[in-house]
Ligand binder design. Sequence first.
Ligand SMILES: Nc1ncnc2c1ncn2[C@@H]1O[C@H](COP(=O)(O)OP(=O)(O)OP(=O)(O)O)[C@@H](O)[C@H]1O
Length: 316
Amino acid sequence: MTDSAVIEVSDLRHSYSSVEALRGVSFSVPRGSFFALLGPNGAGKTTLVHALCTLLRPSAGHVAVAGLDVRRAPRDVRRTLGLVFQEPSLDDRLTVFENLVFHARIYQVPRRQRRERAWAVLELVELQEWANAPAGNLSRGMKRRLEIGRAMLHEPSLVVLDEPTTGLDVQSRRRIWEYLERLQRDYGVTLLLTTHQISEAEGADLVAIIDRGELQALDCPSTLRQRIGRKLINLQIRDESFRQSLSERFTGRCTQRDTVLQIEADDPDELLRELVADEERWTMVDSLEIVDPSLEDVFINLTGRELRDRTADGMR
Ligand SMILES: Nc1ncnc2c1ncn2[C@@H]1O[C@H](COP(=O)(O)OP(=O)(O)OP(=O)(O)O)[C@@H](O)[C@H]1O
C-alpha cells in the first residue's frame, strides 16, 4: 500500500451464490480526496462498500483501509470509518443530542469528550437548535445531516456514503453537498461516495465507473471526458429513415436517445455543412447542438448503455 492511499483494493471478487457481484476490482484512493463510485443499480457498488466497511467477507481479493487489512483487523478498520448508509439509522425516540452521545459511546470516544464533540458536530451540520428535540421530529434532510455529523464524531479518516442524497429534495441535497465539501476541505477527511447520479460525481477528484461488477474506468472527471476526445452533436430528427441512415453511417460513434441522435464527430463543422447543404433533409432536423462530452456520455461510451436506464428519474 502506498503512504498516501487511504483505501487499497486489489482483485476484489464477490459472488452471491450464482451472481458474480464483483469480478476482480482494483483501485486505490488517495488520502484527503473525494472519490465517487458511479454505476447503475446492481453494478456492485453496495457490495464493494460493504466489503470495505467489514460488513461482508469478500469471496477473494484484498482490501485495506488506512493500511489495515479488513479481514485481519476489522475492529480497527471500523474505528477509522464514518458510515452514512441509505437506510435511516437514528433512534427516533432519543433526542438529537442523545443520538450523538450514544454513538460516541459505542465508538469509545472518551467520556469527557463526548458532549463537546456532539456539540461540535451539531454546529458543523447546523442543527444546534434541535439538540433537545426527538430525532423522530426531524425532516428527512435534517436526519441525513445529523447522520453525516454523527459519522464524524469519532474523527474518522474516511467517511463512506452510500447514495446519501437518495430520496431528498433538491434543496436538502445542495445543503448536504455543502457539508461534505466542508468535511473534505476543513477536516481533511477522505470521502467515498457511491451514486448513480452523474451530477454528484462531477465534482469528485476521482471517479470510478463500475458496471456489472467490473471497473470500466478510473480517473478525474475532466480526464474521463477527454477520453472521448471528439465533440458531440445532438440532432433531434423527426424522420426515422433519416435517423437510421445517419446511425448506419456513424456506426460505433452514434447513440440514439428517443428522437435525439448523438454523433461523435472529429470535425463537427464539416458534418454540419454537409447536413445544411441537403435542403430536403435539413428541414427534418428539429434541433441541433454541439456539446462537450459529459460523464454520462463517458458512461455510455464505455458500457453502451445509459446510466438512467435502470433508475426512475435518478431516484429510487
Ligand atoms: N444478498 C444478495 N443475494 C443475492 N444477490 C445479491 C445480493 N446483494 C446483491 N446481489 C446482487 O449482486 C449484484 C450487485 O448488487 P449491489 O447491491 O452490490 O449493486 P449496487 O450497484 O449497489 O446497486 P444498488 O444501487 O441497487 O444498491 C446485483 O446483481 C444484485 O442483484
